[in-house]
Write a protein that binds this ligand. Structure first.
Ligand SMILES: [Zn+2]
Length: 141
């Protein structure tokens, strides 16, 4: 059996609170075009127990593609989550939680689309766009 911890955080204005269960608060960064637009940089999310994310307050959702939606605070615009529509799973934004819930960077998606002016240090896994898409569509080579 694995034990989980409850983490809790807020958006910039404090109107939205987000709670989730985590086993290990691993961090994932995404550099895809949509995440760059939504966050002004990379989107960093925390791995949570699927279905455990609960948002309270004026949280809104924007459907950004056929398969995904993005949560934001209606008052201050903070990025709240990336969610997949089919299964309703939400991946909360790491910045909502103090010190990113003490999480450790584990994986970078669309690493080959990271803007050339910066890069994340560390030995975590870096997946190209092709590898990322293959993983999420179940067509891993
Ligand atoms: Zn807010």
């Amino acid at each position: 059996m694995s034990e989980t911890d409850t983490i809790s955080g807020t958006c910039l204005c404090g109107a939205v609170t987000v709670r989730a269960e985590v086993e290990k608060p691993n961090l994932r960064a995404c550099h895809c075009d949509m995440c760059q637009k939504h966050t002004s940089g990379m989107f960093v999310s925390i791995a949570t127990v699927p279905g455990s994310v609960v948002a309270k307050g004026p949280a809104k959702s924007f459907q950004s593609s056929e398969w995904a939606e993005r949560g934001f605070c209606e008052t201050c615009g903070s990025t709240l989550w990336y969610g997949t529509i089919e299964d309703g799973i939400r991946h909360p934004s790491a910045g909502l939680f103090k010190n990113a819930a003490d999480g450790e960077m584990k994986i970078e998606f669309f690493a080959d689309q990271c803007p050339h002016g910066y890069a994340l240090a560390g030995d975590h896994r870096k997946m190209t766009a092709k590898e990322t898409i293959a993983m999420f569509t179940g067509n891993e080579e």
